[in-house]
Write a protein that binds this ligand. Sequence first.
Ligand SMILES: [Fe+2]
Ligand SMILES: [Fe+2]
Length: 224
Amino acid sequence: MAVTAGGASNDVPPNIAAFLDTPTPDRWLDAATSRLPDLLLDHANCELKAASTAMGFLYRYPERTALAQRMSHLAREELRHFEQVRGIMAELDIPFRRLGASRYAGALRDEVRDREPYKLLDMLLVGALIEARSCERFARIAPRLPETLGRFYSGLLASEARHFEHYVAFAHRECGLGRDDVERRLTALKAVEAVLITDPDPEFRFHSGPPADQTPADSSNRQS
Ligand SMILES: [Fe+2]
Ligand SMILES: [Fe+2]
């Protein structure tokens, strides 16, 4: 059960709350609320990268029919989200520009092993973590946003939660590895992800840690 550091309940879907051991620090939410243009710009970039990641699976594993079909669908959905965020940015006169990889994405990508089937497993689990974290952040920040944007973010919850479920299911089905192997790897990747979203981050992004220019991360914000 995910709760905020202050103990307030939130609308994070139960499957996502059960999956993520560490909630987003409130200080990231404070920063995001005060930096909406930066949030939207990085969000648009994230949707584009999510589509590109899904297409990467299509190119790398075309013979895996179920995976390829699902990733094709997922890529289209992410591109639709990208279009929607771009539309909101245009309404708010926020120019789009391409952003490079964030600390979060880069560090998780560095965890992906080279040898199969571990490469596929790691890519799927990293995908699950990113989708779950996106979903959690949409849920946590939506109530703090202007009404139209908050409604849009709340509307993204269901699809990102679904994407998370697909990534997890494929991790168990497609790699030919036992449940214990998958869970062990997931535990290790969750620990890496938890550090990335709780350690002070010099750059504000959709998946960044709390701002580095404030007090150090509050370790009480982590769940045990
Ligand atoms: Fe998306
Ligand atoms: Fe997604």
